[in-house]
Design a binder for this molecule. Structure first.
Ligand SMILES: [Zn+2]
Length: 333
């Protein structure tokens, strides 16, 4: 669906275009998948790649949180929002939230706060939903501090709210709400904090996304895709607007030096993370398709059925399915 809405983007080729002469059906631990096709690596436009990238990022974040835990430090989870109306564009609101964050983490005000509240670093994730008041870009942020007393933590919360609202009012000429602009709480454990910051991948699983819809009222981009697939033309237009507004934005940002402090290693790109799953030791190649047959399978939109057949009845079931659709015999691996 994303490829149909954005035919000029790489997502249109993701999983649908061959890299070499063959595509292989592989059976892995979590089911069957296709290997040998282009991977787009777009966290914003492709629900399949977004899931894989988020998984990789989540592993890095958890490694960092474990190392931080070992020092006895605290983790605070903060959501930062800006007021918005249905008349504002996705692009302008994304810029406003990104700009406010940039200013929030700059200058002597922040430098002093880092000392005062013993802030070791931050990790922030950018997300967006669309609801009855239009686009709602927001930030989920982890604030890693040394162990704080309850009084000290309370002071930190007030400081963060005050700073976000005053910068937001200065930068955007909007009125910040003390009730809604910032939500800050202490993370109960690392898993909660990890899930909180890399929710994007979880959201990309369309089935779960539907559950979230009823709870929150706003639609995630993946829900827009799902609705577009069910014939919602407006969702199609919204996804297009969102994709062009978010293209090139960074999903997850670590504050300077944090990765080094906890020895997280080099930063892998979205593209590298999206490519990582391909084939694991122990995965079995069931069979392959040549270019011509692969094109016919794509045209008939048969790949989901083929993967299901491969999981349930192996290569024989795939052959039967192809025969039923008059697609002849694939090349044997
Ligand atoms: Zn992709």
């Amino acid at each position: 669906m994303a490829g149909r809405i954005l035919p000029q983007e790489r997502v249109a080729d993701c999983g649908r275009k061959l890299m070499g002469p063959l595509a292989a059906v592989v059976l892995g631990e979590n089911g069957a998948y296709i290997n040998g096709t282009v991977t787009c690596g777009s966290i914003w436009m492709c629900p399949v790649c977004a899931g894989k990238i988020a998984e990789g990022r989540r592993r890095e974040v958890l490694r960092c949180l474990d190392a931080h835990d070992a020092t006895g430090g605290d983790v605070y989870m903060a959501t930062f929002t800006i007021p918005h109306t249905a008349f504002e564009t996705c692009a302008s609101l994304r810029k406003a939230v990104a700009n406010t964050w940039k200013k929030f983490q700059a200058g002597s005000g922040w430098r002093n706060a880092k000392k005062r509240y013993r802030i070791i670093g931050t990790i922030r994730a950018l997300e967006v939903t669309h609801g009855k008041n239009g686009w709602h870009p927001h930030l989920h942020c982890l604030i890693l501090t040394e162990k704080l007393s309850p009084e000290h933590a309370e002071e930190l919360e007030l400081f963060i709210k005050e700073r976000w609202i005053s910068i937001l009012e200065r930068e955007t000429e909007k009125q910040g709400s003390w009730l809604y602009a910032v939500d800050l709480r202490k993370a109960e454990n690392n898993k909660t904090a990890g899930d909180y910051i890399v929710k994007w991948g979880v959201d990309s699983e369309l089935t779960k996304a539907h559950l979230k819809l009823s709870k929150k009222g706003g639609r995630s981009p993946w829900q827009l895709l799902s609705d577009a697939k069910s014939g919602d033309k407006y969702a199609r237009v919204l996804f297009r607007e969102y994709a062009s507004a978010f293209k090139g934005s960074r999903h997850l940002t670590w504050s300077l030096g944090l990765r080094d402090t906890y020895d997280i290693g080099p930063h892998l790109t979205d593209e590298e993370l999206a490519e990582m799953k391909k084939p694991h030791n122990g995965d079995t190649v069931l069979g392959t398709f040549d270019k011509k047959l692969f094109a016919k399978i794509m045209e008939a939109n048969l790949m989901p059925d083929i993967l299901t057949a491969a999981e349930q009845g192996g290569w024989q079931a795939v052959l039967r399915l192809l025969q039923e659709h008059g697609l002849g015999y694939p090349v044997r691996f």
